[in-house]
Design a protein around this ligand. Structure first.
Ligand SMILES: NC(=O)c1ccc[n+]([C@@H]2O[C@H](COP(=O)([O-])OP(=O)(O)OC[C@H]3O[C@@H](n4cnc5c(N)ncnc54)[C@H](O)[C@@H]3O)[C@@H](O)[C@H]2O)c1
Length: 292
């Protein structure tokens, strides 16, 4: 029997993770890409619907008729409350609400390690630990997880919250050896979030099978996640170029987010990035601090 291909709405699809997932999920799903930035060119099986997250009506247009929403859109680093609030609280609420109003049952939320970034690096944490956000950004992710819990309990939505570490083809520094996620492992976890029949409200860690992991990712493993990658393969090279950093940042899992007031947003125009940095720095050092 031929089953029809599912259609997945990806918000924030113009961003870094969206770009990896477009490649990884090509041919597996019909991808309805959404962002406030234009995405082109589109590949086979992709369509684009522009939507500003703060406008529910635009998200309703984007979410109509899809099988699942993968909500990646938002302000993706620590920033001013004036930037975090509309994108990550209002925007996240609108994304859940659009899914509910459009009858979409499955919702995948890109949460973050920064929702629990104030756990120390000498601790291993699982999906049941109390939230310990390390930043306004982390608080917004905690809010998103709480919304997910509400929509699961109240409306029967199936919600899959991924506390993502850092998605990149290779880990960039010592901290990220513990939280790295390869694009193909990200795609595997997302596929579980879309396909697994028994999801109600789940929290999992979006990390590869890293030897130096700070996470007990038992819930993801229970749902069938079998990461293919381990950051250890990059460890020697990464550690050889590592320089000592801020001691407070190095104590906690969240790294520089535990003391940062603002970090340049990688997807913002250069002028906005300069405004967002506390000291107006946009050079190499400031960019290195954008440690998601
Ligand atoms: N990249 C990582 O390793 C990582 C780690 C943890 C969590 N996350 C989360 O995963 C998601 C994707 O991360 P990313 O690295 O691809 O981020 P990104 O900054 O590269 O992309 C975010 C996208 O959201 C869009 N966006 C922002 N505000 C919007 C608005 N008001 N309306 C419409 N679109 C808007 C931006 O245009 C951008 O394309 C984010 O929610 C981020 O917080 C990412």
């Amino acid at each position: 029997m031929k089953t029809s291909m599912k259609t997945i709405l990806i918000t924030g699809a113009a961003g870094g993770i969206g770009s990896h997932l477009r490649r990884e999920l090509a041919g597996k799903y019909r991808l309805r890409l959404s962002d406030r930035r234009t995405i082109k060119p589109l590949a086979t099986g992709e369509s684009f619907v522009r939507a500003e997250l703060t406008k529910l009506g635009e998200l309703l247009r984007a979410a109509r008729g899809v099988d699942a929403v993968l909500h990646l859109g938002g302000y993706s680093v620590e920033g001013r409350w004036e930037d975090i609030h509309p994108a990550n609280l209002v925007g996240c609420y609108n994304a859940f609400e659009a899914a509910r109003l459009c009858g979409v049952k499955r919702f995948l939320f890109a949460s973050s390690n920064h929702a629990v970034g104030f756990y120390r690096r000498d601790q291993v944490i699982d999906h049941r630990v109390p939230l310990r956000p390390d930043s306004r950004y982390g608080v917004a992710k905690a809010f998103g997880e709480a919304l997910g819990s509400l929509y699961a309990d109240k409306y029967g939505m199936q919600v899959f919250c991924m506390r993502i570490g850092n998605v990149n083809p290779a880990p960039l520094d010592k901290r990220r050896l513990s939280i790295w996620m390869s694009p193909r492992d990200m795609a595997q976890l997302v596929t579980i979030g879309i396909e697994h029949p028994d999801i109600r409200f789940e929290v999992v860690y979006g990390v590869s099978g890293n030897t130096r992991s700070w996470y007990d990712n038992a819930n993801a493993l229970r749902l069938g996640y079998r990461p293919q990658d381990d950051s250890e393969a990059f460890a020697a090279e990464v550690l050889a170029r590592e320089r000592p950093g801020n001691p407070r940042a190095e104590t906690y899992q969240g790294g520089s987010f535990v003391h940062a007031e603002s970090i340049p947003n990688p997807s913002a125009p250069v002028r906005a990035r300069r405004r967002a940095t506390t000291k107006g720095r946009t050079g190499k050092k400031a960019k290195r601090e954008a440690k998601k």
